[in-house]
Design a protein around this ligand. Structure first.
Ligand code: SF4
Ligand code: SF4
Length: 302
């Protein structure tokens, strides 16, 4: 499997972020393809399979996805959905979404074993684990079922759990030495590093123990900016200024104060106050995971 240094992260197209339709996203994806990007990242929860269906058919494209499923039946449904909606018999990379530790990996064993069998059947080429946690990288590094680790890393260490940037660098080095495929997420700290985007992208570009870096993008400007940094060419500016930045988590007025989003945030960025959730911007990595659980679609990263 050959992947471009820059991976196109499709989370910004999702309903939890900019809510870009498949039609409106097509030219951005084509632009990235023309810039040499062949690696596209999505997930069951992003709901962006329709956006990537066209590029998934191109020869040489590599699509990665994953699911929160923890049992066999849930993983079967997720994998079937991905294959159906992407129009692929075989998915390049599929795996477990957002694992926290060796313990949660154990708790997902049934789903993982299902993927191992699907890999033997040829419907999946490689099995991945995504995580924000240092311990989980260490645990997955020595698991024979796991081919690829998708982990958080950025120049300021934002959003890394269970350790600092240096701890994550060491864990990734261990995984690299164990022969795992590695790609990185949150290079721009979920948007917090837009004002120093060049420095942030150069750091992950030059980090030696990885095969690719997923950058969430939804405009040609962002694609061009990242592609130029990865090609060691002069970017248009020091910071990404082609979009409505800085981004933040928006809570709509019709929130009913049920508190489900507070429980869903693993970063301690949400708390309840006067019947509504409150965001601590310094802790929020703008992942949009809280938006997934809101029954009234009140949350959006914009
Ligand atoms: S508040 Fe929401 S967007 Fe921010 S870190 Fe928590 S789950 Fe992610
Ligand atoms: S889950 Fe939605 S409705 Fe419930 S508190 Fe959070 S934003 Fe409000």
């Amino acid at each position: 499997m050959r992947v471009s240094d820059l991976c196109f992260g499709s989370l910004p197209f999702s309903r939890a972020h900019y809510n870009v339709s498949p039609d409106d996203s097509a030219y951005v994806i084509d632009f990235a393809w023309d810039m040499g990007v062949n690696f596209f990242d999505t997930a069951d929860f992003y709901d962006t399979y329709a956006h990537l269906k066209k590029v998934a058919k191109r020869e040489g494209s590599v699509i990665a996805s994953r699911s929160f499923a923890f049992d066999r039946e849930g993983m079967r449904r997720s994998l079937d959905r991905a294959r159906r909606e992407l129009g692929r018999d075989t998915l390049d990379i599929f795996g477990l979404h957002e694992q926290e530790s060796a313990l949660t990996l154990k708790g997902h064993r049934e789903a993982l074993e299902y993927l191992v069998r699907e890999k033997e059947r040829g419907t999946v080429r490689a099995i991945a684990v995504s995580t924000h946690t240092v311990d989980c990288v260490r645990a997955a590094a020595t698991m024979s079922e796991v081919d690829i680790i998708f982990a958080i890393l950025n120049v300021e260490g934002l959003g890394i759990r269970g350790g600092c940037r240096a701890d994550m660098e060491k864990a990734l080095e261990l995984a690299w030495n164990c022969g795992k495929g590695i790609y990185l997420m949150k290079a721009l700290g979920g948007g917090h590093l837009y004002s120093q985007a060049r420095r942030a992208l150069e750091y992950v570009r030059d980090f030696p123990h990885k095969h690719s870096v997923a950058v969430g993008m939804h405009t040609p400007y962002e694609v061009q900016f990242a592609a130029r940094v990865f090609a060691r060419e002069e970017p248009p500016a020091e910071e990404i200024s082609g979009g409505p930045h800085p981004r933040r988590l928006v809570i709509e007025d019709w929130c009913e104060g049920c508190g489900q989003c507070v429980e869903a945030c693993d970063f301690g960025a949400l708390s309840m106050g006067e019947g509504r959730p409150r965001v601590a911007p310094a802790k929020c990595v703008l992942c949009g995971y809280c938006a997934k659980v809101c029954p009234h679609f009140c949350l959006k990263v914009m």
